[in-house]
Design a protein. Sequence first.
Length: 345
Amino acid sequence: MRVTAQLVRPFTYCIHKRASGVLRGSGRRFASGCTPITETSTARMESLTRIVTNTLRNPGGVTKLWSFSLADPSQGRRERPHKLVLRHNKLSGTRFVVLDGIEVPGTRGTTSLLNAVEILFKVDDATATVSITPDLGAGGFIYSCRVGARLLTEQADVLEVSDMGSSLPHMEDVGGAANGSGNGHEAGRVPVRVMVPEFRTQSSEGKLIVHYKVVCTLSGAGRAGGKEGGREGGEEGGKEGEVVVFRRYRDFDKLDRLVRSAFAGSHLLSSLPSLPIKVLNPFADQSDPLFIEHRRQELEVYLQRLIRMPKASHNPDLLRFFSLHPVTGQPLDPGDLNLHVELRF
């Protein structure tokens, strides 16, 4: 069945079918080929809009994540944890590799449905190989990663740490020993609580710019002093164990696209919370404080639901959104420009 949205009469939407439809119980016949979904229902249409938006959001983008540890001679018997991310756009073919939040030079290129690609690069003293193999039967790709002789398990297939509270091991206390699959244990600080308590506005070239204040509480709060980050909204002090950042709606939108790309092909994708949709109505006053306050509340609920999703709290893009290091979860130094570079598909 092909689904289309047709305006048959004001505020009446239909599903396109082969036969004409009659509204049951009313005797009213609508335009040929259409059967009404519902009577006027703002909530139903908003739900439908969210489904379509989420389906079309970054349809070709895929993010694959592998966590592992390698021996660190400078730390004695301890191992250094790493997070390796593959960005691949199945539509354009663009691909590149990110290691610990920084793009690996020489890994950017393109793929096709006809040829397999192997991307080789160094991680410390080991050679890593990321493979992208076309799967013609399924019409997609198969991804794999080796570090040395170890075949890593993609993070979507790894059980995550069950305790997300203060007893989660801190990076400084963990040797990062590899598990049976060759992957490093999840370690470091992760967001356990988040609020969007307020917003601030400013005018720029005649346009109203809205920054939402995001307050993130980290696991292991009290073990290290809180540091604050925020690229676009400046910085503001927070309590110990908190990170305070300011983000615009477009930052939330980018986060949502990247997180969804990490869940592509997973049964959890449909369970991800929906980002408050963009308002395209030219008559809507988006500078109205009531509108902004409503969006603030929606964005807060979105983040709260997102960090409770399985595997999401360790997602490097979510950590970067909070200005946290993608591996350790420690607050980023605003002067570390490499980790603030925007990486595009």
